[in-house]
Design a binder for this molecule. Sequence first.
Ligand SMILES: Nc1ncnc2c1ncn2[C@@H]1O[C@H](COP(=O)(O)OP(=O)(O)O)[C@@H](O)[C@H]1O
Ligand SMILES: [Mg+2]
Length: 259
Amino acid sequence: MSEAVKYVLEASELHKWFGNVHAVNNVSLKLSRGEILSIVGPNGAGKTTLLNLLSGIVKPDKGRVYVYLNGDRKDITGRSPYYITFLGVGRSFQIPNIFDGLTVRDNIRLSILTYRRLINRFNRAYSSFNDVEEEVEKIIEIFSLEDSEYRYGRELSHGERKKLDIALSFAQQPNILLLDEPTSGLTYSEKLEMVELIRSLRREREVSFIVVEHDLDVVREVSDMLMVMHEGSVLAYDEPDEVVKMSEVISAYLGGEVI
Ligand SMILES: Nc1ncnc2c1ncn2[C@@H]1O[C@H](COP(=O)(O)OP(=O)(O)O)[C@@H](O)[C@H]1O
Ligand SMILES: [Mg+2]
């Protein structure tokens, strides 16, 4: 596979300062098609800021971000989150970003309508939205949200909210999903379900993932590549087995904080 076809996203020497805090310090990465890259590290390591830099929510002080489109590398540094979403980079949030006053179905429908730029066309015949309804059904099925489809966002359990948040990004047809702590606060069985969901989206839709996690155990098995961050810097970036070999050194260095 040629380089340009293989890769989907690249970051080169990213830096972000918040005042004196060097939140992201010289981070580079390359994500391949269908790859699951997990990023672990203690609180304050810079994981969320890195996802914000990749998705355009925060602008880097230095460094570049690229997506690969039809074999061409496109510089998206400093572009808006809205533009970056349309280039196929989806994003979920540590605190689920859903509408509490809408049902699960309506949340999903709204995400699809927004992505398709149909939101200002409600004066059209309802029948012209049939394919949107089919898409809503498909998303509900993929995310196993049948039990909660007519419930309001505010009535959902924490696990259902996390799942819906990812479903809303997925409804916008991403090639790449950036997930911020998708398993935090979930029960053990919900964690397994989330890992299986990520695997199936990769397998069936060829979605590539960057998954930010607190807990190395959750991601060790599912990841193709693993990055360990601490105080904004990359301590390790390799295949999981290699990183785990280094883990004793890393955890000694961090006083057991990460692993
Ligand atoms: N918007 C912000 N303004 C000021 N400081 C921030 C902001 N976002 C993050 N930080 C700081 O940057 C560092 C990295 O934070 P963050 O990326 O949230 O880490 P993580 O997600 O790994 O816990 C922390 O010291 C945090 O306090
Ligand atoms: Mg975070």
